[in-house]
Design a binder for this molecule. Structure first.
Ligand code: GLA
Length: 464
């Protein structure tokens, strides 16, 4: 359903930043424009732009601050408490953003990045919690080029497609959005561009000066540097960049990308990673998406606020790894499965498509607040499969309010009818069900729920 014209506050209700660091939080709210925003009980050091709903400043002291946020328009008002946790942890809910890789690949440029940020505002994605605009590989100088890769002081140089990173960051921030970048701990990135090996602190300082809020740090050519495949060698480069990031005057969400080697979920927290890729690269096929999504089981217990398993970026909309794009090869039902499963998994949600070509279906997939609400649930628990019968899998996720989100998936090639037996999923005999994609109460059910699930499709429920 389309969002109501009445105000509704969406997005994460808990947000973490470190003390003394630049603070930026945009209130995500739908409703007919013009909307006006207010926040009461802001901690000292923060102020709100009441027209844009953007809160900025810096909070000196650690602590948990409950801020009462109000959003109003002619039709009414909405109020929510939002917790600002000023402490050590970032990404208290899975990051939501856009990344250039699955669409533009190495053909990314500044115009494409800024165009994506503008779509967040113009098409309203920011009203649903979409925050990060992340450049992936391709912004540095190509490794095999004869041009200098760094200035005489060792500062990394950008290529001609990114003439002014600081200006790009400023314009992303002026929209209340956040700015992400990519590098590798080896000498080169996966795409063969200059990376951070032996310049980690220099690079962290450049990122800080450009206003970077998120770093994806991709193993790649570190294979040439690592002495062996031991855990210590696998962790080493991530400690180095962690230490560099600690020294700068900015919060940077730290995204580890090394495809799950050495069970990264077991130690990602130790190197202070906020998220870590658990698999190789996704593509827009059912085999790839479902193969990755339905195998995220063993890592479930490691997911929690600030620490997320990352089964890779979304493959809905126009994708293609650049420069030419095509509509995702996933069917509509497979796309519902993709977004439902990633939300149940508390996965980072990183849109991988050309946002300037968003069709209504894709926009709808990405802006269903009740579905996103499952991903952004503050408890931060990751769903696990609780029933597997033939082609049907039922995945269950515990929510902060004590209820559950449940996905009933059909992995088979035909529509199937299924009797969902609550006790088999360790749920109460009598339960109220809500269809989250349709945002509709289904009623109260005693013991079981009969349903029909299309091939490769899903029914996503909230179970009270
Ligand atoms: C690796 C990563 C991808 C992307 C590319 C960039 O393959 O897994 O997500 O960042 O490198 O070259």
């Amino acid at each position: 359903p389309k969002p109501s014209d009445k105000p509704r506050i969406n997005g994460a209700k808990i947000y973490g930043q470190r003390p003394g660091k630049p603070f930026l939080y945009k209130i995500a709210a739908t409703g007919k424009e013009p909307l006006s925003y207010d926040a009461v009980n802001l901690p000292a050091g923060l102020k709100i732009d009441k027209k844009k709903g953007i809160i900025t400043g810096s909070v000196k002291d650690k602590g948990e601050y409950t801020v009462s946020v109000t959003v109003k328009n002619k039709l009414g008002s909405a109020k929510e408490n939002i917790k600002f946790a000023i402490g050590d942890l970032l990404a208290l809910t899975p990051p939501m953003g856009w990344n250039s890789w699955n669409c533009w690949g190495l053909a990314v440029d500044q115009e494409k990045v800024i165009a994506s940020a503008k779509v967040y505002i113009e098409k309203g994605l920011a009203k649903h919690g979409w925050t990060f605009i992340n450049i992936d590989d391709g912004w540095e100088i190509v490794g095999k080029s004869t041009a200098p890769k760094r200035d005489p002081q060792g500062n990394i140089l950008v290529n001609e497609k990114f003439p002014d990173m600081k200006a790009l960051g400023d314009s992303i921030h002026s929209m209340g959005l956040k700015f992400g970048i990519y590098s590798s701990p080896g000498p080169l990135t996966c795409g063969g561009y200059t990376a951070s090996y032996q310049y980690e602190l220099k690079d962290a300082m450049s990122y800080a000066s450009w206003g970077i809020d998120y770093l994806k740090y991709d193993w790649c050519s570190y294979d040439q540097i690592a002495k062996d495949t031991s855990l210590a060698e696998r962790m080493k480069p991530y400690f180095v960049m962690r230490d560099a990031l600690k020294q700068i005057d900015r919060d940077i969400v730290y995204s580890l990308c090394q495809y799950g080697m050495s069970n990264v979920w077991e130690w990602g927290e130790k190197v202070d990673g906020n998220l870590w890729r658990t698999t190789g690269d996704i593509t827009d096929t059912w085999e790839s998406m479902s193969g990755i999504g339905f195998s995220q089981i063993e890592n479930a217990k490691y997911a929690k606020p600030g620490r997320w398993n990352d089964p890779d970026m979304l493959v809905v909309g126009w994708v293609g790894w650049g420069p030419s794009l095509h509509p995702t090869k996933l069917t509509p039902d497979e796309q519902y499965t993709h977004i439902s499963l990633w939300s149940l998994l508390s996965a980072p949600l990183l849109i991988g498509c050309d946002l300037t070509r968003l069709d209504d279906f894709t926009l709808n997939l990405l802006t269903n607040d009740e579905v996103i609400g499952i991903d952004q649930d503050p408890l931060g628990s990751q769903a696990v499969p609780v029933i597997k019968k033939g082609n049907i899998q039922v995945w269950k996720k515990k929510l902060a309010d004590g209820n559950f989100a449940v996905g009933i998936f059909n992995l088979g090639n035909e529509t199937e009818t299924f009797t969902f037996d609550f006790t088999e999923a360790a749920l109460n005999g009598k339960s109220m069900l809500r269809d989250l994609w349709r945002q509709k109460d289904l009623g109260s059910f005693n013991g079981k729920y009969e349903c029909k699930i299309p091939s490769h499709g899903v029914i996503l429920l909230k179970v009270n």
